[in-house]
Each structure stands twice: as structure tokens, then as C-alpha cells.
Design a protein around this ligand. Structure first.
Ligand code: ATP
Length: 266
């Protein structure tokens, strides 16, 4: 089947995505025909119970893993069929990543960590963009510090700045607040939200946490490898409520939303 490049303003998308891990009796259908787009300039969260396929979807959309069937696009570039070298280049030049572990280099300063991916790729940073980013993450007075001199929240803010430093088309964040206390987590989520809203960047985040998901413009819900629902203008309570429809008891252990606003929005 031939699928033409997307015409909508989707920064990334998957069409009929199928991913099978393992073989034979160990076979797991992690994605079972998912079609979804991540609109440019928006912050999208992917939620779902453990094992529902969130990380697999993110990895396949970001070119970290390949689909068994279907199509994945970054902009109008189809990822399916790209060899490892091209995928590596595409990730390096067009995608940013934020992981649960901050993955900063301890011997480098904050400033050096932020520009490291650009330096490795031999790209010259855009000084104005870097200035904007450094201001946004609030680390201007820490640029000469080493990661060990920063709190976890500050380190993750450095990782966020690093992810956006090359103006990637999409930043994928995998449980970016998983290692943070709720206050530092809220700061990092606010940052991701502002980068999307104020700077027009595209963010896709995988999370277990309804409070985290409530910072997004839209939440996608996965269950058993399928897209089962989506919610615009989410609140933590609404997200938690929706999760209960898929998994009775979800969120009761360890993910109860801490209200931060009257409407449940952070
Ligand atoms: N490399 C792998 N080999 C075999 N099975 C895998 C592999 N990666 C994921 N799976 C399986 O695929 C399914 C989806 O996993 P995935 O990690 O995408 O789910 P998830 O929603 O991100 O889960 P969690 O919230 O627990 O991280 C699960 O059943 C998982 O065990």
C-alpha cells in the first residue's frame, strides 16, 4: 500500500502502526494499528496503563525503533525503510529527547551540556535562540556550574534546554518528571508547555501521571496497543477519570493528582 506524505500540519504522525516485539510464543503486539498525529506547535501527552504501548509508540515515532507494519512520518519524511545511519542523522538533526534520567555529562558545564549535541553534530548554535532558551529555563546564573552543583529539577531544566537547542521539529519526552519531586516536576512541565505555547515548538510526552498530562494541550489514551481516546484541554481529574474507564483502579496507587488550581489545571 502506498501512503502519500501528510498534508496537515503534523510535526510527526504514525499511520496504522503495528509493532510486534519478540517472536513465536514470546510475541507481543505492542502497537495494534495506531494512527495518530502530533500537531506542530502543540504539547501532546500519551497516557495509558503499564504495557499499553506508550513507550513503543514514542520510540517508533522518534526513529528509536522501527515499526513492524504501517508508517511513521517526521514532517513529510517517512521513517519506514530508512537505514540506521539515516535514522541516526534524522534523530540528531531533527528530534530532541528528554528522558527520566537527565543524562548530563558531569565533566561539562551547564552551557557545554546544552550545546553538546550541536557541537557533536558540527552545527553552530543560533545565539539568539540559545539566549531565549536559557532565559526560559531560568539558568542564566548557572551556566558555568557542573551538573553535580544543581538540584534534580535544575538538571532536568538543562536537559530540556539541550533538547530544544538545535530547534528540533519535535521534542519527545519519556516520563521527564519521573525522578523529580512534585514542585520540580511542575516547573519542568510548565517549561515544556511554555516552549510549545510561547515558542511554537512541538512536544510529545509519555507519562503515567495525570497531573503531568494535564499540562499538555491534548492527551492521547492508549490501551492494549490501540488508541482508545483523546482529550483536549485536560485536567488531572478528567484524565484520572478517563483512565479509570480503561483500567479500574488506575491512578489509585501513587498517581493521585495533587490539585494545583480550581479547575484541576496545574
Ligand atoms: N523489547 C521488547 N521485547 C519484548 N516485549 C517488549 C519490548 N518492549 C516492550 N515490550 C512489550 O510491549 C508491550 C508494550 O510495552 P511499552 O513499554 O510500549 O508499554 P508502556 O505503556 O510504555 O508501559 P510502561 O508504562 O510500563 O512503561 C508490553 O507488553 C511490553 O512488555
Amino acid at each position: 500500500m502506498s501512503v502519500s506524505a501528510p498534508v496537515l500540519a503534523a510535526a510527526a504522525r504514525v499511520i496504522d502502526a503495528v509493532k510486534i516485539h519478540g517472536t513465536g510464543t514470546a510475541e507481543v503486539r505492542a502497537l495494534d494499528g495506531v494512527s495518530v498525529e502530533f500537531p506542530a506547535g502543540r504539547f501532546t501527552a500519551i497516557m495509558g496503563p503499564s504495557g499499553s504501548g506508550k513507550s513503543t509508540l514514542m520510540h517508533c515515532a522518534a526513529g528509536l525503533d522501527t515499526l513492524t507494519g504501517g508508517h511513521a512520518f517526521l514532517g513529510d519524511t517517512e521513517l519506514t525503510g530508512l537505514d540506521d545511519r539515516r535514522l541516526t542523522l534524522l534523530r540528531r538533526e531533527r528530534i530532541g529527547f528528554v528522558f527520566q534520567a537527565f543524562n548530563l555529562l558531569s565533566t561539562l558545564t551547564v552551557a557545554e551540556n546544552i550545546t553538546l549535541p550541536l557541537d557533536l553534530a558540527g552545527r553552530r548554535p543560533d545565539p539568539q535562540w540559545l539566549e531565549t532558551l536559557i532565559g526560559l529555563v531560568g539558568l542564566r546564573d548557572r551556566l558555568r556550574h557542573r551538573p553535580a552543583q544543581l538540584s534534580g529539577g535544575q538538571q532536568q531544566r538543562v536537559a530540556v534546554a539541550r533538547a530544544f537547542a538545535g530547534r528540533p521539529e519535535v521534542v519527545f519526552a519519556d516520563e521527564p518528571t519521573g525522578n523529580l519531586d512534585s514542585r520540580s516536576g511542575a516547573e519542568v512541565l510548565g517549561l515544556l508547555r511554555r516552549t510549545a505555547r510561547d515558542l511554537g515548538r512541538t512536544v510529545v510526552m509519555v507519562t503515567h501521571d495525570p497531573v503531568a498530562a494535564a499540562h499538555a494541550d491534548e492527551v492521547l489514551f492508549l490501551a492494549d496497543g490501540r488508541l482508545v481516546d483523546r482529550m483536549a484541554s485536560p485536567t488531572a481529574d478528567l484524565v484520572l477519570d478517563r483512565m479509570h474507564r480503561f483500567v479500574p483502579g488506575a491512578g489509585r496507587a501513587g498517581t493521585s493528582p495533587a490539585r494545583t488550581g480550581e479547575d484541576g489545571r496545574p
